[in-house]
Structure formats: structure tokens, C-alpha cells
Design a protein around this ligand. Structure first.
Ligand SMILES: *Cc1c(COP(=O)(O)O)cnc(C)c1O
Length: 558
């Protein structure tokens, strides 16, 4: 028998493993009664439910990643100096390498981890013209701002533009004059945009609601995260470029069910905006996952590396914010940066007032010196390593295959989910889930589903629909912009096949018994802003359910 008789590893019909477990944590399965009591104590608000009582926590993929051994090793190399700690250089370099160097990336952090010399300091001073100035250029024209997380970057960006564009304008300009079109605003991003007096405009792709057959999962992808370019053109014609501070592209599009954005869409948006002098901003939380979808599904990219795709994507924006709690593979961290002397800088710098200096002053006031921006030196080191690891194809493949496999099984079991699946989350279509039952969108059935998944199976999901987006507080027009969904967000590198199988079984069971899922009443704080983090709720179980009119469990004794 010759060696050719063996199938190669890639053709064994099962994925080649690309990681193994080094440290584990045991979880406990509390009783249904115990969980119900705690739900009562926490007003059925799932954000307030203790994670120690859960077996699968899909509330968010944000900051919940398991770090790699190299990241844990990097923590030990953290430098807690107040001035230029060595992590600062590593992080600036890792951003340059990841977003600008493509296949030529050589990460400085590798040298700093080995600690053989300090010559690298001299090599990293004379850099300008990209997203991350070095040495004295970063002092003269600051363009890179470390923040504790994504919303810190958003705070700097939106509040600084408020100062520049709105502070000395008539009051009526607030919430009316400036609009920011987007393929989809994330909730905190929308809140920052609104607070700063700008009007957020979501322009979901026209094909977002198109049906997608289960059989096509893993075979093609329609990039439902794209912005509707025709609508964007109309908005530019209607408002004029001077009333559009920038166009925001969220990659991947979290609010549109985590769907990816195509390179073609990014190219079109960049060309259109630059024709009109409008800067393009990327909300970059899941840039690497987006690049994986481009490589896998967009014509012409199959042979390209993730690194070179990321590099190309980031030639198409002028400014970007990052929540490193997602594709930074860390538990905390973020940044804002803009292209040195690029369109953003040109449009918002005033004589004697560089926009970067304004941003840096706000950064120092809000988060501290630019060397750390609210992070510890350890966090910064872990982040510098995380950026080099998140673009590795084997990791991204494993990540996307895990979500895809969960989606495939749920869909085959009949559970209505948004197809095709994105990378970071599976979204249950609440309307279809309760189709044919006496459950209307204002009954918050999605929240009922979240409550029952915790009570029965110790699984935490997240409602991002009628309740989260304040259906009852909006007029008919604004209601149209709500996608009524329940999200299963999958933490990076944390769960294994057992978790996926258990979750599929539990959610399928909930679906089969959907007529028993309670409607939900808001008992406190219906009018609160970002209320899903804050308000109190109560399930109303249907007649025939054992908990219909059940005495409420006694409060936990103290
Ligand atoms: C998480 C997220 C943010 C905010 O980042 P935080 O790190 O949570 O503050 C902004 N945009 C998108 C698309 C996100 O997913």
C-alpha cells in the first residue's frame, strides 16, 4: 500500500482540532426552584441574574473571551508605569501591524515578550501618515486614543464632534441638523450619537429579510450586513454632505443580526462618501470575523489571507472605533484612531485646534494619560497579543464553524432563526417563534423566552427586540426600524461541543412548548433609557401553565 492510499487529514470528514484546554472551571446546576427565586429577587431582569447559577451564558460575546496561553503569559510582562509603559508601544504597533501591514505584519510584542533588548524603542519613533503616529508625531498630531472599551472611544468621538459642530449653534440644531447614516447602529453607539445631538439613521440592506434556505448554510452568503447604498445616496442628496459628519459602517453588523459586510459594499460606500467629502467611520468590534466571511464567501478573496483582507478593508475608512472586548480577544479594552492628515482630520481640525488634540484632552479627562487610557499595563499587553491571534485563520474557522453548527441544528429542528448565521451570535426571530399564538410584539414574548431559558435550563439569552428597542415607547414610524430578535451570543474560545449540543436541545424544547412561554409586563422603569439593563419585569404565564397564578416564591432570606 502506498502512502497515497490514505485520505489526507483535511478529507477525513471531521475538522482538524486547532486548540486544547489548559485550565478548566467547574460549573454547578442549581435547582429550578433556586433559579426562580433568584429571578424573582432580580426582577426577572436577565442582566441582573448571577452568572454562577448558569451553565451556558450567551448574554454577550463582549469581554467574555477565554484568553490564550500567550495572552496570559503577556500579562506577566505588563508594565504599570504612568508614562510610556512598554505595553503602549506594543499596542500601537499591534494596531499598525493588524490593520495596515497585511501579510508583512511583524509584531513588536513578540520581541517585548522575550525581553532581550530595548532597541525596538528607537525603531518605533519615526512613524506617521497612518492610523497610529509614533514618537513625536503622536505628540504633535495625536491620532490614536486608548480607551477602556468601545463606548469610551464612542464617547470621545461623538462628544468631541458635538463640541466642534454643535456647541455654538442654535439649540434647534440638536437632534435635527446633523444626521449620521449607518448600516446599523449598535445600541450604545446610537445612544452616544443621540446624546451628542446627532440623528442616527439605520439603512439596513434591502435584502436583509430575504429567505435563505437551510441547505445553503456554509455554501454562500448574501452579506446582509451591507448598507443600503441607494438609500445612502438619497440621504446625501436630501441633507447635503455638510450635514453628514460621517457615515458609520459597523463590521460585522451587530444590530442586523451580526451579518457581515462585503468588501464591495465598503468600496462603494468609501467612493461615494469621498466624492462628497464625507469621512467614513468603521465600528470595528468584529473586524476579523467580517474578514473571514469576505475570504470565505466573496468572489475573488478565497486565496487572500485574513491579514491582507483586513488591510484592504481599512484602506476604506478614515476613522475607526474598536471594542477589543470582541475581536481583541480580551476582557477589557478599546481605542479610537483616525488616519493622520486624512479626511476626518482635515474636516474637523480648525486653525490652531487640531482635532486630535481635542480628542486627547477629553481622553485625559475621562480615562487618563494617553499611555494607558483607563487600562492597566497588563490589559494592554494581553490586547497587543490578542490582535495578533484573532486574525489567525484556524481560530476564525473554529469560531465560525461553532456558530454555524449551532445554527444548522437549531434550523433543522424548526427553530426560526435569522439565516445565514453570523459569527458571534445566532438570532431567534421572535415573531416567527410565536407565530399562530396569541402573542403580539407588544407582549414581549422574546423576554418570556429569555426568562424560561434561565429558569428551566440555566441558559442565558438576550432579548434585542421589542423590549430592548422600546417598542411601546415609539411611534409607528420608529417601530418599523425594530428587528424583534432574541440573541444567543457565543463567547470566544469558551464553550465546547457539549455546550452547543445542550443549548440546541434546550432551545428546541422551548420551541416545542412555545405555547407555555409567558408574556411579560414591565413592572418598573418602562421609560428608562437603555432600559434592558435596568428595568423590572414580571412573567405572565398562560392559563394551563403550572405557574399560572402560582404564589410567588418567598424572597431569599438574608
Ligand atoms: C460592543 C460593541 C460596541 C461597544 O463596545 P463596548 O466595548 O461594549 O463598550 C460598539 N459597537 C459594536 C458593534 C459592539 O458590538
Amino acid at each position: 500500500m502506498s502512502i497515497q492510499d490514505f485520505k489526507p487529514a483535511e478529507q477525513l470528514g471531521t475538522p482538524i482540532p486547532s486548540q486544547y484546554t489548559l485550565v478548566t472551571r467547574n460549573t454547578f446546576f442549581a435547582t429550578e426552584e433556586e433559579r426562580r427565586r433568584v429571578q424573582q429577587d432580580t426582577e426577572y431582569n436577565c442582566f441582573a441574574f448571577p452568572s454562577s447559577m448558569l451553565v451556558c451564558d450567551y448574554l454577550s460575546d463582549s469581554g467574555t473571551s477565554a484568553m490564550t496561553d500567550v495572552q496570559w503569559a503577556a500579562l506577566m510582562r505588563g508594565d504599570e508605569a504612568y508614562g510610556r509603559n512598554h505595553g503602549y508601544y506594543c499596542m500601537l504597533d499591534s494596531v499598525r501591524q493588524t490593520f495596515e501591514q497585511g501579510d508583512n505584519a511583524k509584531y513588536l510584542v513578540n520581541r517585548v515578550l522575550l525581553n532581550t533588548d530595548v532597541n525596538w524603542i528607537l525603531e518605533n519613533q519615526q512613524i506617521e501618515g497612518g492610523f497610529v503616529n509614533g514618537g513625536r508625531f503622536q505628540l504633535e498630531r495625536p491620532n490614536f486614543f486608548i480607551t477602556p472599551q468601545g463606548r469610551g472611544a464612542e464617547l470621545l468621538l461623538y462628544s468631541t464632534l458635538h463640541q466642534i459642530l454643535l456647541a455654538d449653534k442654535p439649540k434647534e440644531w440638536m437632534h435635527s441638523h446633523y444626521v449620521i447614516p449607518s448600516n446599523g447602529f449598535f445600541d450604545t453607539t446610537e445612544a452616544h450619537c443621540h446624546t451628542a445631538g446627532f440623528v442616527p439613521l439605520n439603512m439596513f440592506a434591502a435584502h436583509f429579510h430575504d429567505a435563505f434556505p437551510i441547505a445553503d448554510i456554509g455554501k454562500r452568503n448574501p452579506f446582509k450586513g451591507d448598507i443600503n447604498v441607494a438609500e445612502l445616496e438619497k440621504a446625501i442628496a436630501k441633507y447635503g454632505p455638510e450635514r453628514i459628519p460621517f457615515v458609520l459602517m459597523t463590521v460585522t453588523n451587530n444590530t442586523a443580526a451580526g451579518q457581515p459586510v462585503s468588501m464591495q459594499n465598503l468600496i462603494d460606500v468609501h467612493a461615494l462618501c469621498h466624492r462628497h467629502g464625507i469621512p467614513v467611520c468603521f465600528d470595528s468590534a468584529r473586524f476579523a470575523e467580517n474578514a473571514y466571511f469576505i475570504k470565505t464567501y466573496e468572489a475573488g478573496f478565497a486565496e487572500r489571507s485574513i491579514q491582507s483582507i483586513v488591510q484592504q478593508m481599512y484602506t476604506l475608512c478614515d476613522v475607526f472605533t474598536m471594542s477589543a472586548k470582541k475581536d481583541g480577544l480580551v476582557n477589557i479594552g478599546g481605542w479610537l484612531c483616525f488616519r493622520d492628515k486624512g479626511l476626518f482630520w482635515q474636516r474637523y481640525s480648525r486653525p490652531g485646534r487640531d482635532v486630535g488634540v481635542a480628542l486627547k484632552e477629553k481622553q485625559i479627562l475621562s480615562f487618563g494619560n494617553d499611555s494607558y487610557g483607563g487600562l492597566s499595563g497588563r490589559d494592554i499587553m494581553a490586547l497587543s497579543v490578542g490582535l495578533s491571534q484573532v486574525v489567525q485563520l484556524a481560530y476564525l474557522h473554529r469560531r465560525v464553524m461553532q456558530s454555524q453548527s449551532m445554527a444548522q441544528r437549531l434550523a433543522q429542528n424548526g427553530v426560526p432563526i435569522v439565516l445565514p448565521p453570523g459569527a458571534h451570535a445566532i438570532y431567534i426571530d421572535t415573531g416567527k417563534f410565536f407565530e399562530g399564538l396569541p402573542m403580539t410584539i407588544g407582549d414581549f414574548g422574546g423576554v418570556g423566552l429569555v426568562i424560561e431559558a434561565i429558569r428551566l435550563y440555566a441558559i442565558r439569552l438576550c432579548e434585542l427586540g421589542a423590549f430592548g428597542f422600546e417598542y411601546d415607547q415609539k411611534d409607528d414610524e420608529a417601530r418599523k426600524g425594530i428587528l424583534d430578535l432574541v440573541r444567543i451570543a457565543i463567547p470566544r474560545n469558551l464553550y465546547n461541543e457539549e455546550h452547543i449540543a445542550y443549548t440546541v436541545a434546550a432551545i428546541t424544547e422551548l420551541y416545542h412548548n412555545r405555547h407555555l412561554i409567558p408574556k411579560v409586563r414591565i413592572t418598573r422603569g418602562a421609560e428608562l433609557h437603555l432600559r434592558h439593563f435596568q428595568s423590572g419585569l414580571a412573567p405572565i404565564y398562560p392559563e394551563g401553565h403550572p405557574l399560572h397564578n402560582a404564589p410567588t416564591p418567598k424572597p431569599t432570606s438574608h
